[in-house]
Design a protein around this ligand. Structure first.
Ligand SMILES: [Zn+2]
Length: 208
C-alpha cells in the first residue's frame, strides 16, 4: 500500500488551497510534468517522444543537474516546454530549516536564470512556512492531481500506465520522472499515455 494515493483527494486539495493541484478547465487538456532531470539518457528520449505527439510538458529540473547538462536544459527550452524549479540538490523540506530551504530554491533559480515562476518540492515535502515564503517570492507551488508512481521499480509497467490512464481528467497535472530510476516504467507508460489521450482529442500543455 502506498501512503500517498495515485489521485490526490479533494480533502488534500482543500487543506492546501494555495498550492496548485490541477488546472481548472473543462477543455481536453492535460499537463504532463517530469521531475529530477535533466538526465542525458532519459531526457533526450522524453523530448523525442513528446515531439512525436506534438505534446508540451513542464520539466521540474534539479539545479545541480542543469549545471551538469546545460545542453539538454537548453534543448528543453528550445522545444517549447516549461521549466520549473525542483531545488538545487533535491532536498527534503520536512528535514530542512526554512531559510536553508529557500536558499536552495534561490540557488536553483539562479541556475535556471529566469524570474521565479514554477516550483515543485522534492518528495512533495513542504513545511507550511516554506510554502508561504515561496509564494511571497513569486513562485506558484505546483503539486499534482495524478502520480504515475513511475519511480517504484517493483511496480509493473502496466500498473504505472493504468495509474495515469484511469485517473486523469481534463486539467490533470500528471507526475512522471525523467530519471534513470523511473525509466523502466516511464518509458513504457509515456508513449501509451500520449497515444491514448491524443486519440481521445486531448492536448498536452505546459504550466505557467
Ligand atoms: Zn524529485
Amino acid at each position: 500500500m502506498n501512503l500517498v494515493p495515485v489521485k490526490t483527494g479533494l480533502l488534500t486539495k482543500k487543506l492546501f488551497p494555495n498550492y496548485v493541484w490541477d488546472v481548472q478547465t473543462s477543455a481536453k487538456e492535460l499537463f504532463l510534468t517530469f521531475d529530477d532531470g535533466p538526465t542525458p539518457e532519459i531526457t533526450n528520449w522524453t523530448l523525442e517522444t513528446l515531439s512525436k505527439y506534438n505534446a508540451k510538458a513542464t520539466f521540474f529540473c534539479i539545479g545541480n543537474n542543469i549545471q551538469k547538462h546545460p545542453d539538454i536544459f537548453n534543448k528543453i527550452l528550445a522545444e517549447g516546454h516549461s521549466i520549473g524549479n525542483h531545488t538545487q540538490n533535491h532536498i527534503k523540506g520536512w528535514k530542512t530549516k526554512t531559510k536553508a530551504y529557500i536558499d536552495e530554491v534561490i540557488e536553483a533559480q539562479n541556475v535556471i536564470a529566469s524570474e521565479p515562476n514554477l516550483f515543485r518540492p522534492p518528495y512533495g515535502q513542504l513545511k507550511p512556512e516554506q510554502g508561504k515564503e515561496l509564494i511571497k517570492l513569486g513562485y506558484q507551488v505546483i503539486m499534482w492531481d495524478v502520480l504515475s508512481f513511475d519511480w517504484q521499480k517493483e511496480l509493473s509497467e502496466e500498473t504505472c500506465l493504468n495509474n495515469v490512464i484511469s485517473k486523469s481528467n481534463p486539467g490533470s497535472i500528471i507526475v512522471f520522472h525523467d530519471s534513470i530510476k523511473a525509466s523502466k516504467n516511464m518509458m513504457y507508460a509515456l508513449p501509451k499515455v500520449l497515444e491514448h489521450f491524443s486519440e481521445k482529442g486531448f492536448e498536452f500543455k505546459t504550466l505557467g
